[in-house]
Design a protein around this ligand. Sequence first.
Ligand SMILES: *Cc1c(COP(=O)(O)O)cnc(C)c1O
Ligand SMILES: [Zn+2]
Length: 419
Amino acid sequence: MAELSVFRCISCDINYNINEIRYRCDCGDLLEVIHDLSAVIPNPVEWKTSVESDYGDIPFRRYQKVLFPSLPHEHLITLQEGDTPLYDVSPHFSQFGALHLKHEGMNPTLSFKDRGMVAGVSWANYLGCEIVACASTGDTSAAMAAFAGVAPNMRGIVLLPKGKISPEQLAQPIASGALTIGIETDFDGCMRMVQELTQKHKIYLLNSMNSVRIEGQKAIGIETLHQLKWQVPNWFVIPVGNAGNISALGKGMRELYDLGIIDKLPRLAGIQTEGASPLYESFKSGYSPLTPQQAKTTKASAIQIGNPVSFKKAVRELKHFDGVIETVSETQLMDCKARIDRLGISICPNSAVAVAGAMKLRDADVIQEKDEVVVILTAHGSKFSNTAVEYHQDSSNKFANQTQTIAPDIKELESVLKL
Ligand SMILES: *Cc1c(COP(=O)(O)O)cnc(C)c1O
Ligand SMILES: [Zn+2]
């Protein structure tokens, strides 16, 4: 089965054996996993019928032929990730032809990172790796720790930027049994350390530079299209940090298109914060080479990244999908979060970046009046409860819903309630 897939360098096109533990080409550039998909799926109509009859199964297995056909079933480590809701919020946002929110926060560890880890940890399990590691802005470590925690004979090591992730996100890898280490640096600093660690020792790296994870994340776009009955929307809008997820989204849809499963391509919009916008800066100057930034603090801590690992892959997908990059301010993103939370859809600040970006692109008429739009929500609001409490406590915020504290006295309660 393994011959169906190879690692291929994104710049010099050299192939490497998929069973090798390798994250980069000898030339130093990123690798991607290439499958012989037309051998696996000779007939797109039959494939569509097969995914209907597989509907009760987990998405990774249902879509595995397009995701990662080389992974043997018996090595799969799953937490029943995926099958996340696709909300139609068009009635609340009539400025769009249609607006759908794909809520990847409704995964087992409350973020989309589970989609990549089912592939990454299963592959580590297949390769017989006993120690896996990652640097994280919070969600990667939560997902890796949870999957590694249930794999036989596997230990997770997690490097976190000290004081820069939410208490909920810190609790996750600890509770899942991973060795959890806070480092007095930012994410980019943790990333450098974990790369050196995994180069020197027999430890398997599970950051998104590991291209196996990207293959699992393709499921987000594919499942969304399936939910839309294979009717391709005009736009997919997604928050961008390390740019692995936007690369996965593009790769998955390119592959579906090449197989003849879909007959048109959507456009892609990647959204960053104003203080951490290396991809935006490149986009503005016609995709100039990456200039790493010192990312500024943002409520969207998962995308506070100044040196995105998957920059080149993302640019390639953006060009292929006639993409755009936009940025949003802290006020815009937090106001947007409050609006979506009010609809019973609890989202994280990173997801709100994408929603706010969609609004901004619509205001600028880049997204047009009749366009159908899917926004990828990347994590659940419950991972970032502090940001919501702080926002609602400050009456100067547009959608603030302040709490009040009173004595245990019914008269006082009645007076506050104006009864
Ligand atoms: C990881 C993450 C992102 C950014 O994804 P990239 O692949 O790094 O661009 C966005 N939102 C959340 C909640 C995340 O955990
Ligand atoms: Zn190369």
